[in-house]
Ligand binder design. Structure first.
Ligand code: MG
Length: 366
């Protein structure tokens, strides 16, 4: 596919339905708007990303997008979405223009490709989903006796793609900019745009409940080691002052082993023992952080984003509470996760397992 296009990502909205700036909310450390842009970064033919922003929000959006791999140009935000797109359109240099909601971070590469293929052949491309619920006409809180066929109704998504000159023409003809998206404007002033099949996962984050659980994966891990006099006791990569330490092939850090297993389980991998067997001399007496780092290099874990991690360590002696803050920092450094995303609780076995140390980990990925 040979196409040159610019991407417009309107980011001047007030997030009125959300309550705070949803574009800056993070998913595993990456902002919603940055994730929306990232979906397009490796698409061949992308010339630049044009982001209309309001002056009072420009700085925070610019910080959020400072690391993206493509050229970002900022435009003046308007009072409505269409007004913002109109301002951005003046900066478009390519033959084609794609407009994508900054709050739709889950757009797939397949959908982007389909949109680009369609615009080449049809001059426009709008992803849309058929309405599955019954459609009724309501007035004054009551359903009117009118027959509406749901076959004619679709939920319209982004990314939408157009021939730049034709969309510019539509904007030049418009007498108001209150259209909720470009497809309505294009239909009115140019021609009915072509639809393609949208994706249910390509959700627009509108209210807080939209944000939670989307694409989330959960993983659980557990590990236990026997305590032996005279060995080092390592937990979360921190040496704990103790006369007893874990008997193990590696350094016996059962907290890091449980975290590794939780991550492996979240992506459907087999456990730590099959990936990093104790017959491998590389891990003989090894710092378990090495095992965790190696696990993060597995293809299935390489590009994950951790939302949060909860860990419970069960040990009768010594008390671990003083170690927990530094454990969080150490674990956060290994995982690339802020310490506030990590919870560590220390429990005792109530003398039911005084000669063991064990750990339970749960992790969520988005
Ligand atoms: Mg272990």
């Amino acid at each position: 596919m040979n196409i040159k296009f610019d991407l417009i990502l309107p980011a001047a909205g007030g997030s009125m339905r959300y309550g705070e700036n949803k574009l800056l909310l993070t998913m595993g450390g990456v902002g919603v708007i940055a994730k929306s842009v990232a979906a397009f970064c490796d698409v061949p033919g992308l010339n630049a990303v044009i982001v209309p922003v309001n002056a009072d929000r420009a700085d925070e959006i610019k910080v959020e997008l400072s690391d993206v791999k493509v050229r970002v140009i900022y435009a003046k935000g308007g009072n409505t979405r269409c007004e913002s797109v109109k301002n951005a359109l003046k900066l478009v240099e390519s033959e084609f223009v794609v407009i994508h909601d900054a709050a739709r971070p889950f757009v797939s590469q397949a959908l982007i490709n389909n949109v680009l293929e369609k615009v080449i052949t049809c001059g426009s491309a709008v992803p849309a989903l058929a309405v599955s619920d019954s459609i009724r006409y309501v007035e004054n809180g009551k359903i009117e006796d009118k027959t509406l066929s749901r076959e004619n109704f679709y939920n319209v998504q982004t990314p939408q793609a157009y021939v730049t000159e034709k969309l510019k023409y539509a904007f030049s003809q418009a007498d108001n900019y209150n259209f909720t998206d470009e497809s309505a404007l294009y239909a009115k002033y140019v021609t009915p745009p072509a639809i393609i099949c949208g994706e249910p996962e390509n959700k627009k984050i509108t209210v807080p409940s939209d944000f939670f659980g989307i694409n989330a994966k959960i993983g659980v891990g557990y590990d236990i080691h026997r305590l032996i006099y005279g060995r080092k006791l390592m937990l979360c990569g921190i040496e704990i002052a103790s006369d007893f330490g874990a008997l193990a092939h590696s350094d016996g850090d059962c907290a890091l082993h449980a975290v590794t297993d939780a991550l492996l389980s979240a992506v459907g991998e087999t456990d730590i023992g099959t990936h990093f067997p104790d017959t491998n001399p590389k891990y003989d007496g090894a710092d378990s952080a090495l095992i965790l780092r190696d696990a993060l290099q597995l293809p299935s874990l390489k590009n994950i984003q951790i939302n949060n991690l909860s860990l419970i360590i069960v040990l009768d002696k010594p008390k671990l509470s003083d170690y927990i803050p530094v454990m969080k920092i150490k674990l956060g450094n290994i995982l690339g996760l802020r310490p506030e995303k990590i919870s560590i609780a220390a429990k005792t076995s109530e003398k039911t397992a005084e000669n063991t140390v064990s750990a339970y980990a749960a992790v969520t990925l988005i």
